[in-house]
Design a protein around this ligand. Structure first.
Ligand SMILES: Nc1ncnc2c1ncn2[C@@H]1O[C@H](COP(=O)(O)OP(=O)(O)OP(=O)(O)O)[C@@H](O)[C@H]1O
Length: 309
């Protein structure tokens, strides 16, 4: 569906894409993950031929990209990071405008706009102007504008940034339904939990390069860290941290809900040594399990960076 090979894109002295390689198969959600400035938006814009690139090859639907190829454009939907809505058009009219760029038949368009409104659940807001909508509802409208013409290939650039939890869950379910309906989706996000839940495969980007690609299991199997220990300590967070920071081979400590997630520098770390240490230090726990590396752990190992909001 998408074939990107060795693409280089420079902005004067900045190399935004450095031999970037990326493939997406039909009917998958592929996560494009990376820190701010790693080149995600540049990569998407090159794939959409909104930007020219210096070298390499990009093919969509098996053909080289060309900004004037309307047949290909009709098969693609884009939901950009920045909201692209007309303030003077209401919800229905905004969707109708964007759908009208690809669908000229009025009866067909009416049906598609209605389906998009139902899809993002904006029926009761159809005559609202964008400025009357909350941030989450505006994002839903942005999605409806990008997908109303029912494209086969959809680019979603950080669609859940700054939306409330309810709208986010609604969008995630909607994106899964798009895949069920046969779409291929390129999804960029900073939320790695979200990527784990939603994406079939992940491409991890750093400094304009794809540093790893694969399913979560493939990525987990290629890591040197064994994942983390999940421990529910009885003592206070402060007391636990004070003890753990004395243990030299811990690379990361994270507290989520009531649990500590502890990652060790090496996969050769002996659990028995660590348990002996916490016992000698007087810590007690109610539960201890071993977890495979999360996408966050993998990201940190590959890029040396945490990907946070
Ligand atoms: N028009 C431009 N002129 C010069 N440099 C640019 C331009 N657009 C992007 N860059 C630089 O290229 C690099 C990649 O930027 P890009 O916007 O593609 O990253 P990103 O991963 O999408 O970041 P974000 O998550 O913040 O949107 C950055 O170093 C950025 O500063």
């Amino acid at each position: 569906m998408i074939h990107v090979e060795n693409v280089v894109k420079r902005y004067k002295e900045v190399i935004a894409l450095d031999h970037f390689t990326f493939n997406a198969e039909k009917n998958e959600i592929i996560g494009l993950l990376g820190p701010n400035g790693c080149g995600k938006t540049t990569a998407i814009n090159c794939m959409l031929s909104l930007l020219t690139f210096d070298s390499g090859e990009i093919k969509l639907f098996g053909k080289p990209v060309n900004p004037n190829d309307n047949d290909i454009k009709r098969r693609i939907g884009v939901v950009p990071q920045e909201l692209a809505l007309f303030d003077k058009l209401n919800v229905y009219e905004n969707i109708d405008f964007f759908c009208g760029l690809y669908v000229t038949d009025k009866t067909k368009r009416k049906q598609l706009v209605e389906e998009a409104i139902q899809f993002v659940d904006l029926d009761k807001y159809r005559s609202f102007m964008p400025k009357k909508l909350s941030g989450g509802l505006k994002r839903r409208l942005n999605i409806a504008c990008g997908i109303a013409h029912q494209p086969e290939l959809i680019f979603l650039d950080e669609p859940t940034v700054a939306v409330d939890a309810q709208s986010r869950n609604f969008m995630i379910e909607g994106i899964k339904r798009m895949r069920e309906n046969g779409a291929t989706i390129v999804y960029t996000t900073h939320y790695l939990d979200e990527a784990e839940e939603l994406c079939d495969r992940h491409v991890i980007m750093d400094n304009g390069k794809s540093v790893a690609q694969g399913t979560l299991t493939e990525l987990q199997n290629s890591m040197t860290t064994e994942g983390s220990l999940k421990i529910n300590f009885v003592e206070t967070e402060e007391a636990v941290n004070a003890v753990l920071k004395k243990y030299p081979s811990i690379s990361r400590i994270e507290k989520k809900n009531d649990n500590f997630y502890i990652t060790f520098i090496s996969s050769d770390e002996k659990l028995s040594d660590f348990l002996k240490f916490i016992d000698e230090e007087g810590l007690t726990y109610t539960e201890l399990t071993s977890e495979k590396p999360s996408l966050s752990d993998i990201f940190l190992e590959l890029t040396g960076k945490e990907l946070r909001d």
